[in-house]
Design a protein around this ligand. Structure first.
Ligand code: NAD
Ligand code: ZN
Length: 372
């Protein structure tokens, strides 16, 4: 783990040429948000806008605002309700109304203070307001170690998730681990699912480390959590640096997501959390690997890892196989009875397979429903 000596905090660089940016990870960084904004030369002459949600506002907004105000920033705030439904065009417009009323100009900065929902919404506000203003991510969920890195920003359309969006990189990611202490345990577990994914697709040693440190990660032990977030962000950053716009490699980040997204859709985005749905999806991908003749260790290992974090491995019995299959067909490209899937070939390695028979996927969905 690299330490920035001047800032006394862990630092990671997302390498994207002139759009490269740092991720700072440490306890208490929101208290220093103003100082970090000055360090990045964000203008104090133009008003700033913090976008956050109701739950995060009640817990962490005052600290952020005070730090920025003390550093000389003039700060406006827009608060949206908590939850996925805030990623809407209506909220995009409402945020832009607040920005206009507060007098934000081309030199202004938009700050996302919250989880993936706020990050995606605020990022798209920053990308579209006056054709783009500066943007800072201040993630407050574990899941956001994934969503705040890589520059995908979006809102939802009633017919499709994340369908109105952009690639838009932030100036910096300020990851204050102390904000995570207020997360409900279910959100902690679900966020850690993406960390496990980063081990499973890229780095066996990291997956082993997660398994070994499951209880410390779940109890948010500071040094363990910091290392886990750092390494998870670093996997994401390496993948994104090689393939920013998802031409090929970036697709490996979708391990477990083909089945996972379908389960979220069937549960109307309210029953399973994203991390729970992709946990079941990762088990499904491991089953697929087994059927396709890959390393026999993959399935038992994946199961052990996911169970160690108390994450689900089974599709709720009330979910209809036909509904799941049809949601999957809408989500991913498929042609002539075959689907595109991220399939593990070993622990820490995956392949993109474009030849997975729909019939086999259906069989696996059935097995996942029976919990076999
Ligand atoms: N852009 C990307 O690359 C990318 C990647 C993965 C996921 N996503 C998106 O991320 C979203 C999910 O993100 P999420 O899981 O962070 O959801 P979220 O932002 O809805 O946060 C989950 C819940 O935790 C609450 N919360 C947030 N921080 C808290 C804190 N510190 N203490 C207490 N409560 C807190 C929120 O109010 C919310 O109720 C989805 O919309 C998904 O599409 C984007
Ligand atoms: Zn995900």
């Amino acid at each position: 783990m690299q330490i920035n000596k001047q800032l006394q905090t862990a630092e990671l660089q997302v390498e994207l040429g002139e759009r490269s940016y740092p991720i700072w990870i440490g306890s208490g960084l929101v208290l220093r948000l103003g100082e970090l904004c000055q360090l990045k030369d964000l203008s104090t002459r133009s008003p700033m806008l913090i976008i956050t949600d109701e739950s995060v506002a009640a817990l962490h907004l005052e600290t952020a605002k005070q730090s920025l105000t003390e550093a000389g920033y003039n700060v406006a705030v827009h608060i949206v309700p908590s939850g996925e439904s805030s990623k809407s065009l209506a909220n995009l417009e409402a945020c832009i109304t607040t920005a206009l009323q507060a007098g934000l100009d081309r030199k202004s900065t938009v700050i996302a203070l919250g989880g993936g929902v706020v990050g995606d919404l605020a990022g798209f506000v920053a990308a579209s307001y006056m054709r783009g203003v500066r943007f800072v991510q201040v993630p407050t969920t574990i899941l956001a170690h994934d969503s705040s890195v890589g520059g995908k920003v979006a809102v939802n359309h009633p017919l499709a998730k994340n369908i109105i969006g952009a690639f838009y990189q932030p100036e910096m990611v300020v990851y204050d681990t102390s904000t995570l202490l207020t997360l409900p345990i279910r959100e902690v577990r679900a966020g850690l699912a993406e960390m496990l994914k980063h081990g499973l697709i890229w780095d066996r040693a990291f997956a082993d480390w997660c398994l070994e440190h499951a209880s410390d990660l779940l109890s948010l032990k500071e040094d363990v959590l910091q290392y886990g977030l750092y390494t998870g962000c670093s996997v994401k950053a390496q993948v994104v640096s090689k393939d920013e716009r998802e031409q090929d490699l970036r697709a490996i980040l979708n391990l477990g997501h083909t089945i996972g997204h379908a389960l979220e859709a069937v549960g109307h985005y309210g029953e399973l959390l994203h991390g729970e749905a992709i946990s079941i999806g990762m088990i499904g991908s491991a089953m697929l690997a087994e059927r396709l003749g890959e390393d026999p260790e993959i399935l038992p290992y994946t199961r052990r890892l996911i169970e160690a974090f108390g994450l689900p491995t089974q599709i709720p019995a009330s979910y209809e196989t036909d509904d799941i299959m049809s949601a999957m067909m809408h989500d991913k490209k498929f042609s002539e009875g075959e689907m595109v899937f991220v399939v593990p070939t070993a622990i820490g390695k995956v392949d993109i397979r474009r030849d997975v028979p729909v019939r086999l996927v259906r069989e696996i969905v059935e097995l996942l429903k029976r919990g076999e």
